[in-house]
Design a protein around this ligand. Structure first.
Ligand code: FEO
Length: 398
């Protein structure tokens, strides 16, 4: 790739990772990007670096604009290794006068064994730094995505460099949101939110309020992953507001694993009942669907219905995987239901219910179990459960 000027004398100098398919458990089936930005002013400033294997691309991009040795300042918005993974090499190369980071950023860098004698300069929300004609303001965004995270805002250019927030894992040759398919872009952004930020939704709400209070004029948002929002940055801000309020629709997600297709038959019969109630219904067999794709659909689903056969007095392992993952991401205000077939003990439904209760879902049923294979009457009970959940979905959100 080559550097791209995103604002006057501000450049994207990051890297595109076309081949990554697993980002610590998130399926990045279309790759990702590690965005870094170079501000060329009296004080030349690099904002963030890239994952370590991509450092040559970063250096090559910077070198097409300035000699990296001429960089004065390094801003570390976030210490996770997909952004700080090349800091050591970049510090050796550029010998920055100062490294700006949050207090937690410095603490985290030291815990990652970065040298204590780096020229750290700890900054706080509201603090400003003149670079010459331009300046930068820092906004701490604790837990978005780590305790150390912060944004860097360039008021002269109405540019918000937003670290992990507002990003997508999507490798593209294009750099701007208005150059790609809008629907696909928003789908990647939703997946990113559902799998990375959903649990921090209360903090996202606070951040959006803080940004409003700070009265920042923003006409471009440049995240550290994916596309830069220049066409209509309000669209992603509105989406984050909706997602962080956990607004759901008339939609149900059925997730199941099955040994000999009995639980699968139950899943399909429940879906039949939901669809008869005009509920948009998505059905996922855990054997063929990645957890991060399911979580994306959970983002705006009102009901989460989970089915598993009983194996060794427990649920099937893939059901434990998705429930553990989902619980960590903290979806709230959902309707839940558990179902499954069993042979002689039938503990799976009870174990699923424990997860649903821990997530404070409203249970539509104490659990629907059938022994061995479902009869016509059993399938009717499943369809009835689907219809009942459909009615609940259409009812008031408690
Ligand atoms: Fe893209 Fe939290 O790192």
């Amino acid at each position: 790739m080559f550097p791209v000027e995103i604002k006057d004398k501000i450049y994207w100098v990051g890297a595109v990772d076309w081949n990554i398919r697993d980002f610590h458990g998130y399926s990045t089936y279309k790759g990702t990007t590690y965005n870094a930005y170079l501000i060329v002013d009296e004080k030349i400033t690099l904002v963030d670096t890239v994952k370590n294997p991509f450092k040559k691309e970063l250096i090559n991009n910077i070198s097409q604009i300035v000699d990296p040795g001429k960089i004065d300042y390094l801003i570390v918005n976030h210490v996770e290794m997909d952004h700080a993974g090349s800091v050591r090499e970049m510090v050796d190369l550029i010998q920055p006068e100062k490294i700006f980071c949050s207090a937690m950023g410095q603490k985290t860098m030291l815990a990652y064994n970065f040298p204590a004698d780096y020229p750290y300069e700890v900054v706080k929300t509201g603090q400003s730094l003149s670079l010459g004609k331009k300046s930068v303001q820092f906004i701490e965004t604790r837990m978005l995505h780590w305790p150390d995270s912060m944004f860097t805002y360039v008021p002269e250019d109405r540019l918000l460099i937003s670290s992990d927030a507002f990003g997508e894992h999507w490798a593209t040759s294009e750099r701007f949101d208005d150059e790609v398919d809008r629907a696909e872009l928003m789908a990647h952004a939703a997946k990113y939110y559902a799998n990375i930020l959903l649990l921090y939704s209360p903090l996202v709400q606070k951040l959006l309020a803080d940004v409003q209070k700070l009265n920042l004029a923003i006409d471009m948002i440049a995240p550290d992953h994916g596309l830069i929002w220049r066409g209509n940055p309000g669209a992603i801000l509105e989406a984050y507001d909706r997602w962080s309020r956990q607004v759901t629709g008339t939609k149900a997600v059925i997730i199941y694993d099955t040994m000999w297709h009995s639980t699968e038959q139950m899943a399909l019969a429940i879906a039949d009942g939901l669809i008869r109630e005009n509920i948009s219904t998505k059905i996922f067999n855990l054997r063929v669907t990645h957890r991060s794709e399911i979580m994306t659909e959970v983002l705006d689903a009102r009901a989460i219905i989970c089915g598993s056969s009983t194996l060794n007095n427990n649920m099937l392992p893939k059901m434990a995987d998705i429930l553990t993952y989902m619980k960590g991401l903290k979806p709230v205000n959902r309707i839940g239901a558990a179902f499954g077939s069993y042979g002689w003990s039938g503990e799976a439904v009870g174990h699923i219910n424990q997860y649903l209760e821990e997530m404070k879902f409203t249970l539509a049923t104490p659990g629907l179990k059938i022994q061995y294979g479902p009869s016509e009457a059993d399938l009717q009970k499943c369809q009835d459960l689907g219809r009942q959940i459909g009615q609940m979905i259409k009812g008031p959100v408690k």
